[in-house]
Design a protein around this ligand. Structure first.
Ligand code: 9YT
Length: 132
């Protein structure tokens, strides 16, 4: 069994900071669950263009408000209780009107330190157990 306290991840490599968000990665590829599990804080008044070409992601909002815009222009409001799942590697734009706290699950699991590249993509990294 794995038991972790998010407070102990502060200022460690599990806490990954990008311009518009901070993601605390509580469960990663090395934990061998088949997914990774993160808490993401999205900064207020931000707009982030994202395309998880290599991953599927589900995102559940537990605090704040914003919207997600699909590639075809459809917008969905986001507030506590809303989940969205990028089941087709959907390109999207995420807008935070206030600070948003999101619970995010990735498949395949992230290795840990991924941040978006210029296209909003995470590379497909592999966790190499026992190698340097
Ligand atoms: C909501 C969202 O996708 N934000 C980007 C960060 C990502 N959730 C992550 O790496 O945890």
């Amino acid at each position: 069994m794995i038991v972790r306290d998010i407070r102990l991840a502060e200022d460690t490599k599990r806490e990954v900071k990008a311009q518009n968000w901070t993601s605390t990665r509580l469960l990663l590829s090395e934990d061998n669950l088949g997914f990774s599990f993160h808490e993401t804080i999205v900064k207020p008044d931000t707009e982030t263009r994202i395309w998880y070409k290599n991953h599927l992601e589900a995102v559940y909002c537990i605090e704040g408000s914003g919207e997600i815009e699909e590639e075809n222009g459809t917008r969905h409001k986001i507030f506590p209780g809303i989940i969205y799942a990028l089941d087709k590697h959907d390109k999207h734009v995420l807008r935070a009107f206030t600070q948003m706290r999101m619970i995010c699950v990735f498949n395949p699991a992230l290795v840990g330190e991924e941040v978006h590249d210029e296209n909003g993509i995470y590379p497909l990294l592999e966790y190499t157990r026992g190698t340097t």
